[in-house]
Design a protein around this ligand. Structure first.
Ligand code: PLP
Length: 437
């Protein structure tokens, strides 16, 4: 019998279901296929199972917020859940000030520019946002991309040439990996947050090419574990080995620092990062990304980042919503404080229930032992009214599959207590926590 047959073609419906439940993407990759038809049909049952379980593509039936209606994967009925799966950390997606400013921008600028930034796609809103972002990140200038993904692919492929070297953390986001795959330059990774390994990589780079350009790229807050890069030590190493420092602060912006300006503020290192990358898809809850740095770097990237030059500009309403979000953040630092307090409360609560939590930011991983079907855990929590994302192998190592809880500033204590109660109940049910004596 073919491998496909073994996995999907059981005579009994229940058996097929059970086989699929234990089927992972890694199994799919290991199967091999000859034709597109074989490839897509092998993948299809796995995809349908994920859909049915509500592990992916759960449908929202209203505005993104800490409490929001989501269609129940089993019944299709919309039901309110607590949203622990969104990067909308500050709750700006539906903040009245931001919504009003966005509507105003539609009335004035229409829905889009119909072109790329260098031609007809730059409005006064785009220019103002670039200036504000540069100030916010303590840089001379900034340029806006149509996504954070495009920003990472754009700056790497646009800036680095064949003799240049990019040294990056092993847990960097896929957008950086894709920039590395597309680019024509040398690269080397170092073990996650491992300063000794980074030092060795820098020494190797300098032995090989004493005068070449070297850039070290790290994330401020890592998107899977929610841990923070040791930025002061990394800065010192970069200075010692004459390397530029780039930080992808997708998950640090709006989250770290009392003003929410990000990881550099958290370490009191404003103005000490050479290239700052950020996205509008997290706290600003829309789409888009940016690079901030020296004026000359930004001018250069406008011509040599292909994902900037050859892609249409962000629509003015999106730009207006980021501008309004930034204004709101600067006028309401208490929203950032609320986020910090909610993170502290949830982490303390999870620890008191018995979960091992090692976290400093708005991303809290709750590890699920590999023997437990994480898709079932996610589905049970949804039934109980708590939306969380599950991350499984091969996105993370098998032993490190996890529920990825994202905290929002707008949760009340009552919301957090409700979620803690459900996480305890479901955790005991699945054996993630010891049964109650
Ligand atoms: C660390 C990091 N960098 C870059 C990106 C890409 O950003 P965007 O969603 O704006 O394309 C993400 C998004 O998940 C991210 O987590």
């Amino acid at each position: 019998m073919s491998k496909r047959g073994e996995i999907f073609e059981t005579e009994h419906e229940g058996e097929e279901q059970e086989n699929l439940e234990n089927f992972s993407l890694a199994d799919f990759f290991s199967m091999g296929w000859d034709t597109f038809q074989a490839k897509t049909s092998l993948f299809s049952p796995y995809f349908r199972m994920m859909l049915k379980d509500g592990f992916i593509l759960r449908e929202a039936a209203g505005a993104a917020a800490h409490r929001m209606p989501i269609k129940d994967p089993a019944t299709g009925e919309a039901r309110e859940v607590l949203m622990f799966g969104s990067n909308n950390y500050l709750g700006l997606a539906n903040e009245p000030y931001v919504v009003e400013k966005t509507i105003e921008a539609i009335r004035k600028f229409g829905i889009g520019c119909g072109g790329p930034p260098l031609l007809n796609g730059t409005t006064s809103l785009h220019r103002t946002l670039e200036e504000r972002l540069a100030e916010f990140k303590h840089c001379e200038a900034a340029l806006i991309f149509s996504s954070g993904y495009a920003a990472n692919v754009g700056w790497t492929t646009g800036l680095l040439s064949p003799k240049d070297i990019l040294i990056y953390d092993a847990q960097s986001h896929a957008s950086l990996s894709d920039g590395i795959k597309m680019g024509r330059f040398e690269s080397a990774h170092f073990a996650h947050n491992d300063l000794n390994h980074l030092r060795r990589r820098l020494m190797q780079a300098r032995w090989k090419h004493a005068y070449t350009n070297v850039i070290v790229c790290v994330e401020g807050v890592y998107s899977m574990d929610g841990d923070v890069a040791p930025l002061p030590e990394i800065r010192r190493l970069c200075s010692k080995y004459d390397a530029l420092l780039c930080i992808d602060d997708a998950h640090g912006t709006g989250v770290l620092g009392a003003k929410g300006s990000g990881t550099a503020e958290h370490f009191q290192m404003e103005g000490q990062v050479d290239i700052v990358m950020g996205t509008f898809s997290k706290i600003f809850a829309v789409t888009g990304g940016f690079i901030a740095g020296s004026r000359e770097l930004v001018d250069y990237l406008r011509f040599f980042s292909r994902s900037y030059m050859f892609s249409a500009s962000l629509p003015p309403p999106v730009v207006a919503s980021v501008l309004a979000g930034l204004e709101f953040l600067q006028a309401h630092p208490e929203r950032v404080k609320q986020l910090h307090e909610n993170v502290a409360y949830l982490v303390a609560g999870l620890r008191s229930i018995g979960y091992e939590i090692n976290c400093e930011t708005a991303i809290i991983p709750v590890f699920v032992p590999p023997s437990i079907n994480i898709r079932r855990v996610v589905s049970r929590l949804h039934e109980e009214g708590v939306f969380v994302n599950g991350v499984e192998y091969p996105a993370v190592p098998k032993a490190r599959q996890r529920l990825r809880l994202s905290v929002m500033a707008t949760f009340t204590r009552k919301d957090l207590d409700f979620a803690l109660d459900k996480l305890e109940r479901v955790g005991r049910e699945f054996g993630m926590l010891p049964a109650r004596q």
